[in-house]
Design a protein around this ligand. Structure first.
Ligand SMILES: [Zn+2]
Length: 338
């Protein structure tokens, strides 16, 4: 839906001006999002070196040998007592758990890791270790239906620690966005005997405006309604209906696509993001795994206003200053094999 506002513009000698904005409804869930203020908010550069200065760095529980003394260990039962490790990645129980099984992957040895320093190994080791943990949890407690990976990267994202880390948890309550999608996808399947996401990919590939590209059998696109101020990109894993269907090859494709997005972010001064990857319950065929990534920024670095305000908190309404079609066009070249 297009909305028009006309006022006398103080920037142009009070001549009348008409500003166009949009309200979109997600075709699956009906959840709406506002699009306005186009181009008015630019991501702010972060001085990453500052995070290494002692007075800013403060106490980091994930740095050096300290992680062995101040992070929790698993009790006997889920696996051998202790922690899990792969390459630089170390998986530990979350000291502040969100659910029955809540873990953190400390991704790197380094405290500050720029997007260009995330190589395939660092990303692969972290994702595959976290997913292995979730698979073990599934074996142990198969009645917990859903699994979630969530990642806050750098302070504008709301992450409390600069040191790269991801969260992995199994849950019956994966959040309202997930729950709404899940219910709507189930009804869609019931009504059309086909899964919504497969249809979405077909449709978006045909239209091309929001479709970004394919990495193996994974599909990357700009969401029709963006969850973030600076847009949102999602990756769908068609046919991957539960965690056990998610193979090593899927991890590699996710990492490969993600690094292309990081290249785009680096070119566009995006220094921070929220990301999630989630899986539906075993036995269903309407909710394939999908990944979302949303850039985050301070609105300015004078008073560090965040890019979330009453819209997102009390109205629960996303607002975006980037049209998904423009984002799709901009990111597409990064997915062309060169
Ligand atoms: Zn650290």
């Amino acid at each position: 839906m297009h909305v028009e506002n006309t006022f006398l513009d103080p920037r142009a000698d009070f001549q009348p001006i008409t500003i166009k904005t949009q309200v979109r409804a997600d075709p699956l869930t009906g959840r709406t999002g506002h699009f306005s203020h186009f181009g008015a908010i630019k991501p702010q550069k972060l001085d990453l070196d500052k995070y290494l200065e002692p007075q800013i760095k403060g106490f980091c529980p994930f740095c050096g040998d300290r992680r062995n003394h101040v992070t929790p260990m698993f009790p006997e039962g889920l696996f051998h007592k202790g922690r899990l490790t792969r390459g630089e990645a170390l998986l530990v129980p979350n000291l502040f758990p969100y659910d029955v099984y809540s873990s953190i992957v400390i991704m790197t040895d380094d405290h500050v890791v720029s997007l260009e320093s995330f190589n395939d190994d660092k990303l692969y080791d972290s994702f595959s270790l976290g997913i292995d943990f979730l698979k073990r949890v599934r074996g142990k407690s198969p009645s917990i239906p859903y699994q979630v990976m969530a990642w806050n990267y750098m302070p504008p994202s709301g992450g409390g620690l600069v040191h790269p880390h991801q969260q992995y948890f199994a849950t019956e309550h994966p959040g309202n966005q997930f729950a709404d999608e899940y219910k709507a996808a189930e009804s869609f399947y019931h009504n059309h005997q086909v899964d919504y996401w497969t249809e979405l990919i077909k449709e978006e590939q045909q239209h091309g405006e929001r479709y970004i590209g394919q990495v193996g059998d994974t599909h990357w696109l700009a969401s029709f309604v963006s969850l973030g101020m600076l847009g949102e990109i999602m990756c769908v894993f068609p046919g991957v209906y539960c965690l056990d269907d998610f193979t090593d090859a899927h991890v590699r494709r996710l990492v490969s696509g993600l690094r292309k997005i990081f290249c785009y972010y680096l070119k566009n001064d995006i220094y921070s993001f929220n990301a999630s990857l989630y899986w539906g319950a075993e036995g269903q065929q309407f909710f394939p795994a999908h990944f979302r990534i949303v850039p985050r920024t301070f609105l300015n670095t004078r008073d560090y206003a965040p890019d979330i305000n009453f819209f997102q908190t009390v109205l629960q309404e996303p607002v975006s200053v980037v049209l998904p079609e423009d984002l799709g066009k901009e990111v597409k070249p990064y997915f062309v094999n060169r």
